[in-house]
Design a protein around this ligand. Structure first.
Ligand SMILES: [Ca+2]
Ligand SMILES: [Ca+2]
Length: 508
């Protein structure tokens, strides 16, 4: 009897089994961390010199940070829809806080990012604000606010909605203009210094639990969506204590900054609950808002730290891709406003950090990146089947080599016809009425001097204009909230259903 043959067969089978097994166990987990309304006031990003975010900074040092990353829409619902579907807002027509894309016949069956993972053997779980208005796209019978959003079962396990958490009985600040919206509030809350009543604390606790009890036989995709520093910016005293109670915390601004920006730039945030700088100054609220926003950012940073610590403790850190992102920026007095809905860096620039297997440690890249790049990038990092229906670019070249050139700039759109194009050196903005802005971001990072109209920059403008979206559809059916339309023939602009005339005073 020849013993050699069966033995070699056995060895070959064992090798095959081992390699198959290795392929299986090699598929990394994904921890997907979203932070709502978080601009670049993150320590490692340098957007505010005093911002204290040691946990996010550590994550960035372990991985690669994109210093020039931008949202595809400067508003929650359209930004998140774009990221999760891998499609530009100008392709879906989702520009406002409504509609929910699953209500649109054209997109209701679209395979969203976590669903692609669920379809490829991943356990998917979510808590907090991932989609606008809920963890999103749940099976019927899901829990909480998100349950109303019926759709394909992209998240198999769903945790707490999170949100604001403990709220004071009355607003902490004076009534704000344009409707005294209940969300327009900030300050120290709760007064007992206990963070556990905050929605984001609960989101972190639930996520820690999921990481620790994740199934061992399959990889996980766990999404945690933090609500702060979205308004109301409530934080406990200890987070305020990280920032001086004086005007050194205020961002750099220049007076009359809007004197050289087109009137149409105001139409993008025409009448909103977010107060203007004028109101903040008159009501002695500017410093309070800035400190509150920074305090909330530091609090959220601590929650991020709880997640990364849980990964370490669970022994899964080496086999987990962490991606951390913010859905759009936020103004705190720059360009005379607060809030979002702008096409400047303060409105479009977001944190975007990857760490884990396949990611260069300590990488810092100034190459442009867009949030809709996350979908194809995660597919590549996790070795999932490719899709040919995504509009983003994989960031793998920059995750391997921070100096690798990206073939195109980042484009942000706010309603049909209004686009910001951000390259390494320039920001170009084109509004629906054909007015324009151009900034030299190396010489003028605050975007104070609009260079559009100066003949010597015609070539730079032409170069950036090439990247305006080729597809630029009108708002999808049932679009609402922060929707702007413009008819070039009649010069008629309509903001939230009301005509804005050229002579109307800018609402304050
Ligand atoms: Ca948001
Ligand atoms: Ca200016």
């Amino acid at each position: 009897m020849n013993l050699f043959k069966p033995l070699s067969w056995l060895l070959a089978s064992a090798a095959l089994f081992t390699s198959l097994h290795a392929v299986e166990t090699k598929k990394p987990n994904v921890l997907f961390i979203a932070i709502d309304d978080q601009n670049d006031w993150i320590g490692t990003l340098g957007g505010h010199p005093m911002a204290k975010t040691p946990n996010i900074d550590r994550l960035a040092a372990q991985g690669t940070v994109f210093l020039n990353a931008h949202c595809n829409a400067p508003l929650c619902n359209p930004s998140r829809t774009s990221l999760m579907l891998g499609l530009r807002p100008t392709t879906t027509g989702v520009y406002g806080l409504a509609p929910w894309f699953r209500t649109l016949p054209k997109w209701k069956d679209r395979v969203a990012l976590p669903q692609h993972f669920a379809n490829n053997g991943y356990m998917t779980a979510a808590t907090g604000k991932i989609y606008h208005g809920g963890a999103g796209a749940l099976k019927k019978g899901g829990k909480g606010k998100a349950a109303a959003q019926d759709g394909p079962p992209e998240f198999q396990v769903v945790g707490a909605f999170g949100g604001v958490g403990s709220k004071p009985p009355h607003k902490l600040i004076p009534p704000t203009p344009m409707g005294d919206h209940p969300l327009m509030d900030w300050g120290v809350w709760p007064p007992d210094n206990d963070d556990s009543s905050k929605g984001d604390y609960q989101v972190a606790s639930w996520t820690v639990d999921q990481i620790k009890k994740a199934p061992k036989d399959k990889p996980f995709f766990i999404a945690a969506g933090f609500f702060l520093p979205h308004v109301p910016c409530y934080a406990t005293q200890k987070w305020f204590d990280l920032y001086p109670d004086d005007d050194s915390v205020l961002p750099k601004i220049t007076e009359h900054d809007r004197s050289d920006t087109p009137r149409f730039s105001w139409y993008l945030h025409w009448e909103l609950p977010e107060p203007r700088l004028k109101w903040l100054k008159e009501n002695n609220q500017w410093r309070n808002l800035v400190r509150s926003y920074l305090a909330c950012t530091s609090f959220v940073d601590a929650q991020v730290g709880r997640l990364t610590q849980a990964l370490e403790e669970s022994g899964q850190a080496d086999n987990t891709i962490v991606v951390l992102w913010g859905d759009h920026g936020w103004h705190l007095g720059e360009k005379e406003i607060t809030g979002k809905n702008t096409l400047w860096d303060r409105g479009t620039k977001v944190p975007l950090i990857f760490s884990g297997p396949g990611v260069h440690a300590g990488g810092r890249t100034k190459q442009p990146a867009e949030l809709l790049d996350i979908y194809p990038t995660l597919i590549d990092l996790c070795g999932l089947p490719q899709r040919d229906d995504l509009e983003g670019l994989s960031l793998i070249p920059q995750l391997k080599d921070p100096n690798a050139k990206r073939e195109r700039p980042a484009v942000t759109s706010h309603n049909q016809g209004n686009h910001g194009v951000r390259s390494v050196k320039w920001r170009y903005i084109h509004y629906a009425d054909d007015t324009e802005e151009l900034y030299d971001m190396e010489k003028d990072p605050e975007e104070w001097e609009n260079l559009a109209g100066k003949p010597e920059y015609a070539e730079v403008i032409a170069e950036h204009k090439k990247w305006l979206p080729k597809i630029d559809v009108p708002p999808a059916p049932n679009s609402a909230s922060r929707v702007l339309t413009y008819d070039k023939k009649t010069d008629e602009a309509i903001w939230e259903g009301k005509t804005v005339h050229r002579s109307d005073p800018i609402p304050q």
